[in-house]
Each structure stands twice: as C-alpha cells, then as structure tokens.
Design a binder for this molecule. Structure first.
Ligand SMILES: NC(=O)c1ccc[n+]([C@@H]2O[C@H](COP(=O)([O-])OP(=O)(O)OC[C@H]3O[C@@H](n4cnc5c(N)ncnc54)[C@H](OP(=O)(O)O)[C@@H]3O)[C@@H](O)[C@H]2O)c1
Length: 269
C-alpha cells in the first residue's frame, strides 16, 4: 500500500482493463478480485465502467471483498464539456457512492484540462472522489501547473512506464512532492509485450527465481517504487501477475533491468 497525499491508501498492484469489454471484462475483474487484487483501473473512455461495476458488486455479494477494501480508479477525458456530469455518470455506471481515484486522462487544451481538474476538486470536496490525479504528463513543468495553481495537488501521475521507457527522474522529483507514479503498459502494451516478456535478461532472471518473465517485470515496477496495473483478459495471466509476493529481485538484478531503459515511449499522446 502507498499512503497518498490525500491521506488515503492505494494498493501497489492492480488490474488494468483497457480493451476489456462486456462479459470478458466482468469476468476478468471478478477473477482479479478473487485472486486478491484490490486495485482496478478503468476509464470513461474504455466504455466498460458498467462491467467493472457489475464485477465489483458480484465480488462484494459473494463475500470476496468489501467496498472499503477495494480501490477503483477511473479517468475523465480532457475534451469533456460536462465533467461534473461525467463524474456522476461514472459513479452511477460503477454502482459506487465514491470513486477512490479519478484522473485527468491526458492533456487536451489548457482550458479543458483546468475545467476537468476543477470538477475533480469539487467532487473531492463533495465526497464523490477520494483522490485526484493526472495521466500522460511527463515534463515536470506541466505537472507543476497542477501542484502550484490548484487547491489540491495530484496524488498520482499515471504514465506509460516500463523497462524500455522508465519515468525514474519524474518519479524521484514527484516523490519529493508526495506524488506517486503509476505504470501503464507495464509489459510494454499490446503489440510490444514480446520485447519485454521475451527479453533475454528478463528470462534469465526469471529462470533464477523460478518465476515467469511477467512476474519479474511486475517485481521490477514494485521494487522501483511504482504502482503497476498490468492488463489481461486471461484468467491464468491475471492470477500469475498477482503471484509476486514470495520473492524479491536483488539490487544487481534491479540495476540490470533498469539499464534496459531506452528513453523512448511507444505512445505520443
Ligand atoms: N492512462 C492511459 O492513457 C493508459 C493507457 C494505456 C493503458 N492504461 C491502463 O494501463 C493498463 C495496462 O496497460 P495495457 O493493458 O494496455 O498493457 P500491458 O499491461 O503492458 O500489457 C497487456 C498485454 O499483456 C498480456 N499479458 C498480461 N499478462 C501476461 C502474462 N502473465 N503473460 C503473457 N502475457 C500477458 C495481455 O494479454 P492477455 O490478455 O492474453 O493476458 C495483453 O496483451 C491498461 O489495461 C489500462 O488500465 C492507461
């Protein structure tokens, strides 16, 4: 768990739900909660908040977890003309009385970003949201705007972050301000996972620990101080990605993996 600058705690490993829809999404989220996950990442843009909400309701009904034990993140698009109504819509679709974390999904226009951020602050004050954050913000000066010019700073920055593109300097800068980096595309994202999961150094370390490449990469994120949300629709992958609590990478393994950084992102949004 990480204690956020909002005062709330956030689990460090969760399930990402980008591209998951319908019953596949509901089954994946339910399976994740059953495997022990307590952090679920969705977004208005993914069009699956209703399915995420159904899975959560089913898990609570089946006694797998309580509402208070889980941490649900959603995101608002920066081009929204009605961010207040969007928050109410997310609450309704998710079937929740509060959302743990809402993120500005990405940079849009300066005025659009500010309008969404202000709506999130208002909702936090109204108790609809517990923590607020931003996503897809890399330069420190762009993050500084949200720290300096608003009443509530971001608690989390969710960015593309993986072995090939590491946010390490942003992480160190943000940590001094009590802000955590959450890794999206922890395995590189669809179309790039082989570059990560079949990387020879990752495979060699996996062999030494008798773990899978995915588990080694999850450990790298956690030990590097990141929050990670690997995405999967495959129920055995979902369980595998959470089975990472019984081993640790050594300092030299961490250093070796950190050297894989190329400084190049896959996405440019
Ligand atoms: N804020 C943003 O702009 C933004 C952007 C992108 C993503 N995100 C969030 O970040 C989450 C993670 O990113 P992502 O899902 O796009 O990419 P990812 O987690 O890097 O990779 C997902 C891919 O890895 C595969 N995979 C997962 N576990 C595996 C395992 N143990 N062994 C082999 N393959 C495995 C999945 O296939 P299977 O389904 O077959 O397991 C899927 O193809 C998203 O789901 C979303 O919630 C946020």
């Amino acid at each position: 768990m990480k204690k956020l600058n909002s005062g709330y705690e956030m689990p460090v490993l969760g399930l990402g739900t980008w591209t998951l829809t319908g019953q596949t999404c509901e089954d994946a989220v339910y399976a994740a909660l059953k495997s022990g996950y307590r952090l679920i990442d969705t977004a208005k843009y993914y069009g699956n908040e209703k399915e995420v909400g159904s899975a959560i309701a089913r898990a609570i009904k089946d006694g797998i977890c309580t509402r208070e034990e889980i941490f649900v993140t959603t995101k608002l698009v920066p081009w929204s003309r009605s961010p207040n109504a969007d928050i109410d819509d997310s609450l309704q679709k998710l079937g929740l009385s509060y959302i743990d974390l809402v993120l500005l999904h990405q940079h849009g226009s300066d005025s659009g970003d500010d309008a969404v951020y202000l709506a999130m602050i208002r909702a936090a004050k109204d108790g609809k949201i517990r923590s607020i954050g931003i996503s897809n913000f890399y330069p420190e000066k762009n993050v500084s705007h949200f720290i300096n010019d608003f009443e509530i700073p971001p608690a989390v920055i969710q960015n593309e972050n993986h072995l090939k593109y590491q946010n390490n300097s942003l992480r160190d800068w943000a940590a001094k301000k009590g802000i955590y980096i959450e890794s999206y595309y922890p395995f590189g994202g669809r179309g790039h996972t082989a570059e990560h999961l079949k990387n020879p150094q990752v495979l060699e370390i996996a062999k030494k620990h008798n773990k899978t490449a995915a588990q080694i990469i999850v450990r790298w994120h956690l030990q590097a101080g990141y929050i990670a949300i690997p995405g999967s629709r495959n129920l055995s992958h979902i369980a595998e990605n959470f089975d990472v609590w019984d081993f640790q990478l050594t300092d030299s393994e961490m250093k070796e993996l950190t050297k894989l950084n190329t400084g190049k992102r896959y996405e440019n949004w």
